[in-house]
Ligand binder design. Sequence first.
Ligand SMILES: [Zn+2]
Ligand SMILES: [Zn+2]
Length: 361
Amino acid sequence: MTRRRDLGTYQMLWDCAYCDTKKLLALDHRHCPGCGSPQDPERRYFPSDEEKVAVEDHQFVGADWQCAACESPNATGAEFCVNCGAGKDEEASVMQRAERSAAAGEAFAEDSVDQAKEEVRAHRRAEREARQAEYEARRAAAGGKAVKGKGGGKSKVLLILGVVVIAILFLMFWKKSATVTVDGHSWTRAINVEQFQSVQASEWCDAMPSDAYRVTQRRERSGTRRVQDGETCRTVQQDQGDGTFKEVEECQPRYREEAVYDQKCYFNVDRWVEARTETASGASLAETPQWPALRLQQTSRRLGAEREGERSERYVVTFRTDGGETHDCAFSEAKWRSFSVGQTLEVKVGGVTGNLRCGSL
Ligand SMILES: [Zn+2]
Ligand SMILES: [Zn+2]
């Protein structure tokens, strides 16, 4: 969040181009006190800190308008030019100097009539270039229909890209039929065995489980936090276009990262942990699949006790193609039983890879 503080209103300066009188006040001296020439608003510049002349209780009503006949600046309320009496032109507000800023406590760079003129030239140049760019854009839009050939190359590339994508999709999903023979069956049944063990673990102390024991604590860094660390300020000067400028102090909060610490707990807890897997398997349809026999250590809830964990089973049929290749497919137990060795089947295989589509059986 930017904090702004008004530092007052001051007069811009200007130099007379005819008698070379310098540092005239842009609000007070509408004419040169030396030779009477009217002020040229394009020769206004910012004073140094030592030369600043404050304007007390300044009522800002708007930027000056520049007389189309004699180029004199006139207050926004004036209906006629104070210099030559010509009428007000609503469009012609005077050129304003660009806003400038300096870091807090540092002096502004020196300003001068030459810099004011350079800014005016740069401004006119930018205006000219913008007009030129707009003109060219309009001409390109009007002539666009005649040069249609440019877009043709692009659509050709898109067409080729489309064909390639369709070809890839076709090859991915293309399937053909093949005849396979059932070659054999196999099955595996497994049971995980869990053991009640003392496990080492760590947590932030406020999240430690209640059954933890042998607890030790340590202070550890848990993250960082953004804390405000003063402000960064700069002074900004804004030309108001009426012979004055406003000075404002703009401050932005500055932050730094600060480490945050918390209590970390190291402890033991008794938990059921996956310890081993018992497996039974067979390679024919003749023997009925069995779960492995479990010999568990004591079953009471004490350290070293064991219990049955998750069970898993897998039933695989092996198929042989005419070419002699074998492919495995896993099925449910009932489906697995429905195949008999030597049986021939129609099956879909991938058009490119030759892989058997198990789902088609
Ligand atoms: Zn003069
Ligand atoms: Zn005039």
